[in-house]
Write a protein that binds this ligand. Structure first.
Ligand code: ZN
Length: 141
């Protein structure tokens, strides 16, 4: 499964981060926790999100959605601030009709917190990084 390259915020080393893994990604050079931000679709969601041992923040978004473009950097900021605590999984709903149906997505962005394979919180619409971080932390508390 495809991974992504993430630069360590602590030392700058570029690390390859897998889309799914049993542990939590850490920098190969200094050991700092790395933000975990991956894409998923109908055929990868189970492995990447539902079977993740790390709680997942799911971003159901669409390319044509203006608020999605606004919320995307805020979500990435939250994933960076909460590196090691939460994994950000981005789902393009136009490429994932199965997930779109299953989660009955009527508005984008729709955000969900998935913990141990279960949706524990859900909200629609854009919000800033401070609000999103508080929502994630309260949902996982
Ligand atoms: Zn590092």
């Amino acid at each position: 499964m495809a991974g992504s390259i993430v630069a360590c915020a602590a030392c700058g080393k570029r690390n390859r981060v897998p889309a799914a893994a049993s542990g939590r990604p850490a920098c190969g050079s200094c050991g700092a926790k790395l933000p975990w931000i991956v894409d998923a679709g109908d055929d990868t969601f189970a492995e990447v999100a539902e079977r993740s041992s790390t709680p997942v923040l799911v971003d159901l978004w669409a390319t044509w959605c203006g608020p999605c473009r606004a919320v995307s950097p805020a979500l990435e900021q939250v994933a960076t601030e909460l590196a090691g605590t939460v994994k950000l999984v981005k789902v393009d709903i136009d490429k994932a009709p199965g997930l779109s149906r299953r989660f009955d997505v009527r508005a984008v962005p729709t955000l969900m917190i998935v913990k141990d394979g279960k949706v524990v919180a859900r909200q629609s619409g854009a919000a800033n990084a401070t609000v999103l971080r508080r929502w994630v932390e309260q949902s996982l508390a």
